[in-house]
Design a protein. Sequence first.
Length: 227
Amino acid sequence: MKKGVEAGSPLVAAAFASGGGTNVQALLDYQDKLCPWRLSLVVTDRENAGVLERADVAGISTAVIPVQARASSDVAQDILSVLEVHRVEVIFLAGYLRLIPSEVVHRYRRRILNIHPALLPSFSGKGMYGMRVHQAVVDAGVSMTGATVHYVDEEYDRGTIIGQWKVPVEPDDSAEVVAARVLKIEHRLYPLAVEHVCSALIEGRDPGPLELPELSRTTTTDLEHTE
C-alpha cells in the first residue's frame, strides 16, 4: 500500500538506464500524486537506449551523457550539471551499466539506489549484469535467487542493502527462465524500496532495511497469475 507524502513535497527524482528501462516503467506505473517521489529526468549513456522512448511517452526530460573514452571527472561534471538544472534530489539506477563517478556518489550519498538481479553479495561486481548474472546463477546450481535494492557507493554492487526478494531456481531452469522470473519481482520490489527510502528522507528519519513479510509468502505461481 502506498504511504503517500506525509510531510513536505515529493522528492524530485532522476532515473539512469542504459537499455530498455523496464524498471523505469515500473516506477512510472507505480507513482501517483501520493508517492513521495516524482520522476522528472531520465539519464542514459546511449543515444539509442529504449528508455528514451519511455521517457518521451511519459513527458519526462532526458539527457544523453556519453561515457565511452571519457575521463570520469568530465562525465561527473556533465551528470552533476544536468542534475542541478533539474533540481534532482534522489537517483534511481535501473539497468545503468556504468560506474557512477565518485563525485556524484559523494554529492548524493545514500540518495542513489540501484536494483541488481541477484541476491547480493552473490553474483555481483563489474561485468555482472543482465543475462550474465542469470547464467552464473544457473551454472552455480543454487536453489534460490532474487533481486536486491541497495544504496550506491564507489564500487559496483557493494552499497548497503535496502531490501531483497527471493525466488526459487528449479533444477531444469534455463537462464532465460530465471531472468523472466526475477524481472517480475524487480518490478514489484523496486517501487516499494524507492517509496520506503523517499518517505524516510521526507520525514527526516533513517529508512533502515525494508521489511517485506507479505512478499515472502508470495509464490512464483502467484506472480505469474498477477502480471
